[in-house]
Design a protein around this ligand. Structure first.
Ligand code: NAD
Length: 278
């Protein structure tokens, strides 16, 4: 099993498939991340707000895997966009992770009502220059937010990590990203289990045709669209299953059939709208 590497617009590369740790309980994180690393995951997505960076750090330290084989992402929380708070926040995250540098640091949400995400982005540019993170990006940014930071700074994020799954494909954001060499990271790639994605006809039919599970079909759909993703599970067999997706390929027709699952009016969103998180 080899996870493809994607080259980012700053020249760094990222494993296209990783392990996400949202809602992995702090007490269970070291065990779950250790199992993920044993199974072959090398890309871990966490965030300050998840409260589990220490567990991620312990698993990394225990693993014996050399640092340059790992790709670690964490995120700046919404109440730390002002002044030089981002530096303090990243230093706290690094201490919890037991690292000198993360591979990717993201502004977690734009919080537009607070009107301070541009400062957060300017601070992240400095944190990259200072070597505290190798790459910088954003999360939950819609096109106006992306336009604003790029126009003001001339620095384009390497990724935008957004809610993306078959019922919510955010084609305005993905089109903007494609035009600006920004890679999309799909969060909630399995719809967070909040709708019956696995029971939909195109997903179920492809699973049947390939002798794979519906989750594996949806993961392939993301990969074949070129999205980066990190499905979450705390169960070893599902962690293994979610990585076992490189021995089959969906046909163009199967991908196109899954594409039709987005109602096209935004109603497929399963979590918060970025303009409403402040
Ligand atoms: P997800 O779509 O990955 O869904 C996770 C759920 O899917 C699990 O709880 C489990 O119930 C189910 N599942 C996982 N593997 C399965 C399998 N093989 N078979 C059946 N069911 C399976 O949702 P997520 O965890 O919210 O998203 C993935 C990651 O994205 C997160 O862990 C986190 O790292 C990131 N994320 C980021 C943001 C953000 O605002 N930037 C928000 C949410 C999540």
């Amino acid at each position: 099993m080899t996870v493809p590497q994607i080259t980012l617009n700053d020249g760094n590369s990222i494993p296209q498939l990783g392990y996400g740790t949202f809602k992995v309980p702090p007490a269970d994180t070291q065990r779950a991340v250790s199992e993920a690393l044993e199974l072959g995951y090398r890309h871990i997505d966490t965030a300050a707000i998840y409260g589990n960076e220490e567990g991620v750090g312990q698993a990394i330290a225990d693993s014996g895997i050399s640092r340059d084989e790992l790709f670690i992402t964490t995120k700046l929380w919404n109440d730390r966009h002002d002044a030089d708070e981002p530096r303090k926040a990243l230093q706290e995250s690094l201490a919890k992770l037991g690292l000198d540098q993360v591979d990717l640091y993201l502004v977690h949400w734009p919080t537009p009502a607070n009107d301070n995400y541009l400062n957060a982005w300017q601070q992240l540019i400095k944190l990259r220059e200072a070597g505290l993170t190798r790459s910088i990006g954003v999360s939950n940014f819609l096109v106006p937010h992306l336009e604003k930071i790029v126009t003001a700074t001339g620095v384009t994020p390497v990724v935008d990590q957004i809610e993306l799954h078959p019922a919510h494909q955010q084609q305005d954001v993905t089109a903007w990203a494609a035009d600006h060499d920004v890679r999309i990271e799909s969060w909630g790639p399995l719809g967070q289990g909040k709708y019956d994605l696995f029971g939909t006809e195109p997903v179920a039919a492809a699973a049947q045709a390939h002798g794979k599970t519906p989750a594996q079909v949806v993961i392939r759909w993301h990969l074949q669209h070129g999205f980066i993703l990190f499905p979450k599970s705390v169960h070893r067999e599902r962690l293994a299953q979610n990585l076992d997706v490189f021995d089959f390929e969906l046909t163009d027709a199967e991908v196109a059939a899954i594409d039709t699952l987005d109602p096209g009016d935004g109603s497929g969103r399963v979590s918060a709208h970025p303009d409403e998180v402040n």
